[in-house]
Design a protein around this ligand. Structure first.
Ligand code: CA
Length: 228
């Protein structure tokens, strides 16, 4: 499993404990010690998940979570809140921030990793290594293999990630900037027509199997994968 995880935590010891464990689990780690820095990082690159400490200098984790939930681009970003005590946890859960999970300090790294995995499964399946099947296609993130009716296909790395994202979010229309965020991790410096280029390559790679029809263009909106 390789997700990009933003850790917003001001205590250096806890920050590095989390960092070490996330890296060991194969994740890409971004670090911030306050919400303002984290906000800039999110603007540059959308992570797959945010681990967010409640008590931070400056803007609190609670306010940062609210901010993320209020903006379209980050509305669905998975958030796990870290709190110091059970009473704090009860209090922020009562505030209904829309965090996907809450973990109380001190936590065991094993528990935290399990919670992260569960939240990613539910909200960012493209960041997990679960096999996905759709319309005769079978994509295995662990081995980087994709087959159509059992026949192996050759896809470039970007086309593979693009197809993985589409297959884990089927039937929904994805705009170009959203795809740039989710697949390229960059919606600022990569041009939107780059998406069209890679969609073309993806269709070409699927053409021989007849599965290119799964990738649909929704005029004026973006792309979707659908069996219908
Ligand atoms: Ca803190």
């Amino acid at each position: 499993m390789s997700a990009t995880i933003l850790v917003v935590e001001d205590e250096p010891a806890i920050q590095s404990l989390i960092e070490v464990n996330l890296r060991r689990a194969g994740h890409v780690v971004r670090l911030a010690s306050d919400a303002e820095t984290a906000r800039r990082q999110v603007q540059e690159e959308l992570p797959d998940l945010v681990l967010l400490d409640w008590m931070l200098p400056g803007m609190s984790g609670v306010d940062f979570a609210r901010l993320l939930r209020s903006e379209t681009r980050t509305r669905l970003l998975p958030i796990i809140m870290l709190t110091a005590r059970t009473e704090e946890r009860d209090k922020i859960e009562g505030l209904d921030l829309g965090a996907d999970d809450y973990v109380t300090k001190p936590f065991s790294p094993r528990e935290l990793m399990a919670r992260i995995k569960a939240v990613l499964r539910r909200h960012a399946p493209q960041a997990t290594e679960d096999v996905v099947e759709l319309g005769g296609l079978r994509l295995d993130p662990a081995t980087h293999r994709i087959t159509a009716d059992g026949v192996e296909l050759n896809l470039g790395p970007t086309e593979f990630r693009l197809l993985h994202f589409l297959m884990t979010h089927p039937e929904r229309v994805h705009g170009r900037s959203q795809l740039l965020d989710q697949v390229w991790g960059d919606h600022v410096f990569v041009e939107e027509r780059t998406v069209d280029v890679h969609i073309r390559r993806l269709r070409a790679a699927l053409e021989a199997s007849g599965r290119d029809v799964l990738i649909q263009t929704v005029r004026g909106s973006g792309y979707r994968i659908s069996e219908a």
